[in-house]
Design a protein around this ligand. Structure first.
Ligand code: EPU
Length: 421
């Protein structure tokens, strides 16, 4: 048996939806807490399965973890140094943040190769080069990494690509290293700033986050503190697209609009009507004579690769030909085949998709091949004629808090049930 989300399309959405804390910040903030010597309270934690998997890993490390709705208290005071080789590591890619955090804390770590969405090859060579530059010796055997350093010594690290994961992981290892670490060509995503903010509150000395060059002055001790997570810009972007696709008047609350500038300007270029009001955005859907647009995914503040997938669904309804060019994950196009099953007309080229619109979408059984493919299919289902059944729901639950409930509150018809495989 397998679980599906079933959505009956064509119902106009109205009302308010509140955006949760940022998944991609949370999945780094939680491993970062192990660096502290006292308890850390984090507020605004999204209720998603990635958080539950990280809590399992923390408990394996003998951290005390109390989850109370959107708040989590983590006390690493009585941590034990053990290898992270359980199945929980495989559940999400971000378990690799325990590499940097535990290396920083204990100067050694054993961890299985992390899992996560398949978006084409996802190497971690830049993370490893950073750890080696700080003094770690690394071996890899039977799907497991062994990292060990006599001591970590600050140094200058140039990233060949401004990788989100490598920037955060190196930061986590460097905050307790001896001396000064400089990360050049660092990534600038808001989630990195959020992680640096927590580390700074814990006592770390970090300058330059949000620029190309991050400087970290190692400290000996990091302490407990509290932190509130920034809103999830990708969840927010997904609901902006949902509201444009199927909404009449939808208010999306708890947004930092600057984090979404590239999406907002593309939606405006398409002809979507919206107003930014403080930390909310009001989207007026219903007008469907959208113009086609050209999208090229870029590192932040460019157009986010994670939003390319749900926006593609909207582009199936634009009048004319749109193009999407992927520069971050060149194979991130699995959603296109699923959308074509529902009536879209998308052709694939070298790291590009060409979307011919408009075409009617019709409900079908489709597969969420990865998290944001799932989001793209939810957008399609809300617009399609009839019922769409989306399989591999666990991908969606990894990153979207209570998506069924949020959509039902807006007036969508959503249910879940089991089907035989
Ligand atoms: N890369 C390397 N070597 C490395 C690291 C990255 O070649 O050592 C390449 C990757 O293969 C990819 C590019 O660099 O082609 C970008 O990777 P990056 O490290 O920036 O991404 P990530 O840290 O693996 C995070 C998010 C992704 C998001 C990307 C890009 C988390 C847990 N994941 O991944 O989010 O797409 O940044 O912004 O923060 C998602 O939320 O659905 C998701 C996949």
């Amino acid at each position: 048996m397998a679980e599906v989300i079933a959505i009956e399309g064509g119902r106009p959405l109205n009302g308010t939806v509140r955006i949760s804390g940022a998944k991609n910040a949370t999945v780094a903030l939680i491993p970062a807490t192990v660096l502290a010597d006292g308890p850390i309270d984090i507020y605004g934690v999204p209720e998603i399965s990635d958080v539950r998997a990280l809590a399992t890993l923390l408990r394996e490390l003998n951290c005390e973890v109390i989850i109370d709705g959107e708040n989590i208290k983590i006390d690493p005071s009585h941590m034990k140094e053990i290898p992270l080789t359980s199945d929980a590591v495989n559940k999400l890619r971000a378990s690799y943040y325990f590499m940097g955090a535990l290396l920083g804390k204990y100067k050694r770590v054993t961890i299985k190769m992390p899992g996560g969405c398949y978006l084409g090859p996802r190497p971690i060579d830049l993370h490893l080069k950073g750890f080696e530059a700080l003094g770690a010796k690394i071996t890899y055997e039977d799907d497991t990494y062994y990292l060990e350093a006599d001591e970590l010594i600050g140094t200058q690290i140039y990233l060949d690509f401004a990788s989100v994961g490598a920037t955060i992981n190196i930061m986590l290892a460097a905050v307790k290293a001896k001396g000064k670490t400089v990360i050049e060509n660092a990534a600038k995503e808001p989630e990195i700033i959020d992680v640096a903010n927590l580390l700074t509150k814990m006592g770390a000395k970090i300058r330059g986050v949000g620029t190309d060059t991050i400087t970290i002055e190692g400290v000996e001790k990091l302490s407990g503190t509290f932190h509130e997570i920034i809103p999830d810009r990708i969840e927010a972007g997904t609901y902006l697209i949902i509201a444009a696709a199927a909404g009449e008047k939808v208010v999306i609350q708890n947004i930092i609009p600057q984090h979404l500038e590239s999406l907002i300007s593309k939606l405006k270029e398409m002809g979507v009507h919206m107003d930014v009001v403080g930390d909310s955005i009001v989207v007026y859907g219903g007008v469907k004579n959208w113009k086609p647009v050209e999208i090229t995914t870029q590192i932040y503040p460019g157009f986010a690769t994670d939003l390319q997938q749900p926006l593609t669904t909207l582009l199936t309804q634009a009048h004319g030909v749109s193009h999407v060019k992927e520069t971050i994950y060149i194979e991130r196009f699995k959603h296109c085949e699923q959308l074509n099953k529902m009536g879209a007309s998308i052709t694939l080229g070298d790291a590009t998709s060409t979307i011919n619109g408009p075409t009617d979408l019709v409900g079908a059984r489709v597969e969420a091949t990865d998290l944001r493919c799932g989001a793209a299919l939810v957008v399609a289902a809300l617009m399609a004629k009839g019922v769409t059944e989306i399989t591999n729901v666990y991908h969606i639950d990894r990153g979207y808090e209570n998506i069924d409930h949020k959509l039902i509150t807006l007036g969508a018809r959503v249910s879940r049930y089991e089907i035989s495989e």
